[in-house]
Design a protein around this ligand. Structure first.
Ligand code: HEM
Length: 320
């Protein structure tokens, strides 16, 4: 078989679907462990821990590379799946005369393409809910908390420094996750301070020149980044699944979101039920001793992983 024929053949398509599918299973485990923090680390401390984790996941170069591999795998797995379906339909436009699918194969295995499409719809909706907002919009506020000691709302920077909201209001602003000291705001304060001194004292020419010099030395030339804060993804995810998340006309968006995630996880469970062990078959990894173990593990994986994912939105809905 020529190289291009191998790539185009249905065996090759199955092979690549299996590899990308198994990689996506690994992604699911990692993503699940990260998201379970939404349940296990609660309160202010939990919010901080989750937001620091989310920051690490979006900025660490190694994790970023894995993320690109994940996007690629999702697209490749889906496109390859559709191509395989079309190829199989073309090869056998009329089904086998004596085929009795219910006797030869399990229900999920016959609906893999449909289940996969529904999972893809879920992923697209899910990524627009959180990932898109985090990466491409300014909709996610910066992580802040009330400090009773400072009697002010504080921002925590990635270097562990704290910047108070009042300080920021006076001299700065936020842009993305950056806390920025604006030169024009600082300079206004400096100018006001010096004009106070000038107005409240009787000064001779030398003293005036001295003050003018001191002022010019203090004026700031450009905006300065005071520090990088964290995005408050924890609050955004919790608010998304909250009972209080309702549209202006009263549609319970939190409830609908939670149900959508739960139903999608059931769909994903069916997709994995057949997909996990089938991937090992497509890779040619058959063994009389190990195949039954892989099949059993695959079924366990198909139940446990989606179930734990589904518990997260239900939990966030119930505690809201
Ligand atoms: C039900 C519980 C889930 C919650 C609470 C959740 C939460 C999140 C959040 C907050 C993000 C944004 C992270 C960021 O941009 O830093 C995200 C990204 C993502 N989620 Fe989920 N997720 C869940 C389930 C799933 C499932 C079941 C899948 C796959 C079938 C999935 C696929 C993805 C993908 C592909 C991304 C982008 C990841 C990246 O950029 O590396 N999520 N999720």
């Amino acid at each position: 078989m020529s190289k291009s024929a191998f790539i185009k053949s249905s065996i090759a398509k199955k092979y690549w679907m299996a590899l990308t599918g198994l990689f996506l299973c690994l992604f699911l485990v990692g993503h699940l462990l990260g998201n379970l923090q939404l349940i296990f680390s609660t309160g202010e401390e939990g919010r901080r821990v989750f937001n620091e984790y989310a920051f690490f996941m979006t900025t660490n170069p190694a994790v970023k590379a894995l993320s690109y591999l994940t996007y690629f795998s999702i697209l490749f797995h889906a496109i390859d799946g559709i191509a395989l379906l079309i190829q199989n339909k073309k090869a056998r436009p009329i089904p086998y005369a004596y085929s009795k699918p219910s006797e030869n194969s399990s229900l999920p295995s016959r609906y893999m393409a449909l289940l996969g499409t529904l999972v893809l719809v879920f992923i697209a909706t899910h990524m627009s809910n959180f990932w898109w907002k985090m990466k491409y919009t300014e909709e996610i506020p910066l992580h802040s908390y009330y400090s009773s000691m400072a009697q002010d709302t504080m921002y925590l920077t990635q270097k562990g420094e704290q910047i108070s909201l009042n300080q920021l209001r006076m001299v700065g602003t936020t842009e993305g996750s950056q806390l920025i000291m604006k030169a024009d705001k600082v300079n206004k304060l400096i100018e006001a301070n010096f004009s106070n001194q000038i107005n409240s004292n009787v000064l001779d020419e030398d003293e005036l020149a001295e003050l003018e010099l001191a002022k010019n030395n203090q004026l700031v030339k450009k905006d300065e980044v005071l520090g990088e804060g964290y995005r408050d993804l924890h609050t955004v995810v919790s608010a998304f699944f909250s009972k209080n998340n309702k549209s202006e006309s009263g549609v319970p968006l939190g409830l609908l979101g939670m149900l959508f995630y739960v139903v999608s996880m059931a769909v994903m469970a069916f997709h994995l039920w057949h997909g996990f062990a089938s991937a090992f078959q497509s890779l040619g990894l058959n063994h009389p001793k190990f195949t039954p173990i892989i099949q059993l593990f695959g079924k366990g994986f198909a139940i446990v992983v989606p179930l734990l994912f589904a518990i997260i939105p239900v939990f966030l809905y119930l505690i809201s």
